[in-house]
Design a protein around this ligand. Structure first.
Ligand SMILES: [Zn+2]
Length: 73
């Protein structure tokens, strides 16, 4: 009887460890999209996530076309 309780306890501990491990992993995957900094295109003024834009000369652009148009001026 004591051995069965010990096995159940080991299974419970392993289960809890695996669950806490997967909980630690998932927020890291979700966080960048939710808390990503929003920047503004200096050419057209549209807001977009920083990773989707283009950084050139300290300015953010929503697309490469706007970067070229803005720099041509
Ligand atoms: Zn733009």
């Amino acid at each position: 009887m004591g051995r069965l309780i010990f096995i159940l306890a080991v299974i419970a501990v392993v289960y809890l460890l695996l669950r806490s491990y997967s909980r630690q992993q998932s927020p890291k995957q979700d966080a960048p999209a939710q808390s990503e900094e929003m920047v503004r295109c200096v050419h057209c003024g549209v807001h977009f996530p920083r990773s989707e834009g283009i950084l050139a000369g300290g300015n953010f652009y929503c697309c490469d076309e706007h970067r070229r148009e803005h720099e041509a001026k």
